[in-house]
Design a protein around this ligand. Structure first.
Ligand code: GLC
Length: 564
């Protein structure tokens, strides 16, 4: 417990302010106990191996690597779904919200993992998938058993059009595949709504019984001691009255990327009030997939809705100083005025990894790491980005995801050996390894001070040690060069005033930034962290060279000024 508090917020700050949260995709982190899995699944000893099942990671594998996460300096982990699921959407189709999938472990194993994470000072956030269940969830099985079943109204049903029974009730498109967001249920003669796969029927949040059942789910995990939830498609819970057609110019987009209904806000506010009663200060982080800060901001409410909402815009931003400057301005325009705490996300299990998106260059990935870990906000790292991983090349016969996201979900290599630290016993992992696993792996990088991993560790340590970087305000600076993104972070506290300056050279050429362009620092600016690598102009611990190498990013610290 004491270790948890040390990593917590300063003064009255909640623990997640300025925190670094590490996203784990449980199938892909590591496999440690394949025999336990086969036993939990009651597989006969001779049962033939199945790659997608036997080659997936487990909770034990995650537990084994808590030391890596503690050394990396993360404050919390977020686990993508670990619950029982038929895996049509690899866990985002939940068939029991209050258990652990036998693929990953069991409740006792989860409790062990949680306790050990807390001993390391790492909080644990679970994925909460409230918009839809699996079509094999007992609620849906009951709902589709008859029109008068107890759970019928827990889902969203519509009669067929008598003129054209083959026409879905409206023109909404589902995510994944081209189809409609509706499937006709032959047995009961009605359509049901699913913003994602037909195997993921949408729950009806206008039904108070659904709300209560979901609050019980939250309580189940909070009572075990979890520290919060990431809410899947949080913006989609309220559906528009009458489920009207979309205008034709929008109808080709999946509706889950458009829906933005006022009725969602009271639902989220109620969930927030519900979890606020728990003593561990749980956090609610919402996936509001609207890719526009002005549309995401209202989901913070008046400080009474989501604590945090993912800021995904950087994942759709090209590598240019001007574009990232705009990302910071949007935070200033829409979040700062309402007192909302921002987040930064460069990679996740739903998008190509940022190193791959940014062209594969390690130098660029290193600069992006400095940029993200020096931002004002809560930073979400996606497992493997600290190793500089790129997406795996997935041949057609290894494709498993209906949404085309396999590449970024490749298994994490821990060592340079052929099974890369996974207990595979010579068989294959569920997806191919990412490129260069012999060198891009945690073990090899841990012993190389020039590695991407070493850079992430220095950045997280620097952020932890500097109040300015962790909590300070952000002031946009003009470094006098279009290609250089510059900002300062300032903090004022009992420990004194502190300023950090962050410079990112997006150009492929060396660029001069004189101290005259920066705020005054008595004694000058010292390089706390440089993205280093090929062509770097600055070395850590030295005075700022007043020059940035090609695509070099630096964090500069001055002397701390104590109050009068
Ligand atoms: C969210 C998840 C994604 C999932 C979808 C449906 O967008 O991040 O992985 O497929 O919701 O649950």
């Amino acid at each position: 417990m004491s270790a948890r508090r040390e990593g917590g917020g300063g003064g009255d700050r909640p623990w997640w302010h300025g925190a670094v949260v590490y996203q784990i995709y449980p199938r892909s982190l590591c496999l440690a106990d394949p025999a336990g899995r086969r036993e939990r699944l009651h597989l006969a000893p001779g049962a033939p191996p199945d790659r997608v099942r036997d080659g997936a990671g487990d909770l034990e594998g995650i537990r084994h690597h808590l030391g890596h996460l503690a050394e990396l300096g993360v404050d919390a982990v977020w686990l993508s779904p670990i619950f029982p699921s038929p895996m049509a959407d690899f866990g985002y189709d939940v068939s029991d919200y209050c258990d652990v999938s036998p693929l990953f472990g069991d409740l006792a194993g989860f409790d062990r993992f949680l306790a050990e994470a807390h001993d390391h000072g790492i909080r644990v956030i679970l994925d909460f998938v409230p918009n839809h269940t699996s079509d094999r969830h007992p609620w849906f099985l009951d709902a589709r058993s008859s029109r008068t079943s107890e759970h019928r109204d827990w889902y969203i049903w519509r009669d067929p059009d008598p003129e054209d029974p083959s026409k879905p009730p409206n023109n909404w498109k589902r995510s994944f595949g081209e189809g409609p967001a509706w499937t006709f249920d032959e047995r009961t003669g009605q359509w049901y709504l699913h913003l994602f796969l037909p195997e993921q029927p949408d729950l009806n949040w206008a039904n108070p019984a659904v709300v209560e059942a979901m609050e019980e789910v939250l309580d189940f995990w909070l009572a075990r001691g979890v520290d919060g939830f990431r809410i899947d498609v949080a913006h989609a819970l309220g559906k528009p009255d009458g489920l009207p057609d979309l205008p034709a110019d929008k109808a080709e987009m999946p509706y889950s990327a458009l829906i933005d209904e006022p009725s969602t806000h009271p639902i989220l506010k109620r969930l927030r009030a519900h979890i606020d009663r728990w003593p561990q200060q749980p956090v609610l982080v919402g996936e509001v997939f609207l890719i526009d800060a002005s549309k995401v901001a209202p989901y913070y409410g008046d400080g009474d809705e989501l604590h945090l909402a993912f800021n995904f815009v950087p994942m759709f931003t090209k590598w240019s100083a001007r574009s990232f400057r705009r990302r910071i301005e949007e935070i200033d325009d829409f979040l700062v005025p309402i007192g909302a705490w921002p987040t930064w996300v460069l990679s996740s299990h739903d998008r190509s990894r940022h190193r791959t998106r940014l062209g594969g260059s390690e130098r660029r990935a290193r600069a992006a790491a400095v940029l993200s870990l020096a931002m004002r906000g809560t930073v979400f790292l996606y497992a493997g980005e600290e190793l500089g991983l790129e997406d795996a090349d997935v041949p057609p016969d290894r494709v498993v995801d209906p949404g085309g996201r396999d590449g970024c979900r490749a298994p994490i290599p821990w060592t340079c050996e052929p099974d890369h630290g996974w207990a595979l016993a010579g068989s294959e992992p569920w997806l191919p390894w990412p490129p260069s696993p012999q060198t891009c792996n945690a073990g090899t990088e841990a012993s190389d001070p020039g590695s991407v991993l070493a850079l992430y560790r220095r950045l997280a340590a620097c952020r932890r040690a500097s109040e300015a970087l962790r909590w300070g305000d952000l002031e946009r600076l003009d470094a006098g060069e279009d290609d250089v993104l510059a900002f300062a972070r300032h903090s004022r506290s009992g420990r004194g005033n502190e300023t950090a300056v962050v410079l990112v050279n997006f150009a492929a050429e060396t660029t001069r930034v004189g101290e005259a362009e920066l705020p005054a620092a008595p004694g000058g600016w010292r390089v706390a962290v440089s993205s280093g690598g090929e062509g770097a102009a600055n070395s850590e611990g030295s005075p700022f060279a007043e020059t940035l190498g090609p695509e070099e990013a630096v964090v500069l610290l001055g002397a701390r000024l104590t109050h009068d």
